[in-house]
Write a protein that binds this ligand. Structure first.
Ligand SMILES: Nc1nc2c(ncn2[C@@H]2O[C@H](COP(=O)(O)OP(=O)(O)OP(=O)(O)O)[C@@H](O)[C@H]2O)c(=O)[nH]1
Ligand SMILES: [Mg+2]
Length: 214
């Protein structure tokens, strides 16, 4: 897909604020500091649009970025960050869980892991959870620039084995620094977009939300 126009739309704290224009949504999941926001910036060729930080825990809401009139990227708070208060974590957890199970616009989750390391227990739990709820998932192994190319396959195999990925799950080798894997990830998203139909996007609930707004 050619990225012509990108807009940051909203930092949502709950479903009432999610967009109502029924575009497919691609959610970015991964542990804190793994490079979710950087991946969005790299995919849309805008360096600073999605806020990144070397300090984990930067993204604390569901942040929506619209690409053309085609899709949204939804930047998630990272999981596995110890310094965030427990009550805050529980709040995020609930918000993310209901988003992932209820959101009809969800096209797929891009689960990001660090190519340098074996997936963490949180990564494994997240992937298992996504499979259990049959959420279409693409795994991205990022920070590929930190490893010599000759070792990429070895690292990808470790990730596949540890996550126990299904045949349906594609793994994309990626680097936000070099742009490696950008075209592969866009092709994978486009392929899914072609067959994606949002079931009943304007159901009773969204009609009610609309009436409340006016
Ligand atoms: N070398 C390298 N560094 C990266 C890459 N992607 C991200 N980083 C760095 O990793 C750090 C974290 O990146 P973010 O994109 O803010 O991570 P995040 O997953 O959005 O973090 P939270 O919002 O805290 O969950 C930053 O210092 C980035 O510059 C990559 O592909 N290669
Ligand atoms: Mg972030």
């Amino acid at each position: 897909m050619k990225v012509n126009e990108v807009e940051f739309v909203i930092s949502a704290v709950g479903p009432a604020q999610y967009p109502k224009d029924a575009l497919p949504e691609i959610a970015l999941a991964g542990r804190s500091n793994v490079g979710k926001s950087s991946l969005i910036n790299s995919m849309i060729n805008r360096k600073g649009l999605a806020r990144t930080s070397s300090k984990p825990g930067k993204t604390q809401t569901l942040n929506y970025y619209r690409i053309n009139q085609d899709v949204y990227f939804v930047d998630f708070p990272g999981y596995g960050f110890a310094k965030v208060a427990k009550s805050t974590k529980e709040k995020w957890g609930q918000m993310i869980e209901s988003y992932l199970t209820d959101r009809k616009e969800l096209l797929c989750v891009v689960q990001i892991v660090d190519m340098r390391h074996s997936p963490s227990n949180d990564d494994i739990a997240m992937y298992e959870w996504l499979q259990f709820f049959e959420v279409p998932t693409i795994v991205v192994a990022t920070k590929a620039d930190k490893i010599p190319k000759g070792k990429w396959q070895k690292h990808v195999k470790i990730i596949r084995d540890e996550l126990k990925t299904t045949k349906e799950t594609t793994i994309v080798m990626f680097s936000s620094e070099t742009g490696q894997g950008k075209d592969d990830l866009w092709s994978e998203i486009d392929r899914r977009r072609k067959t994606f139909k949002i079931m009943n996007p304007y159901d009773e609930q969204s009609q009610n939300d609309k009436q409340l707004e006016t």
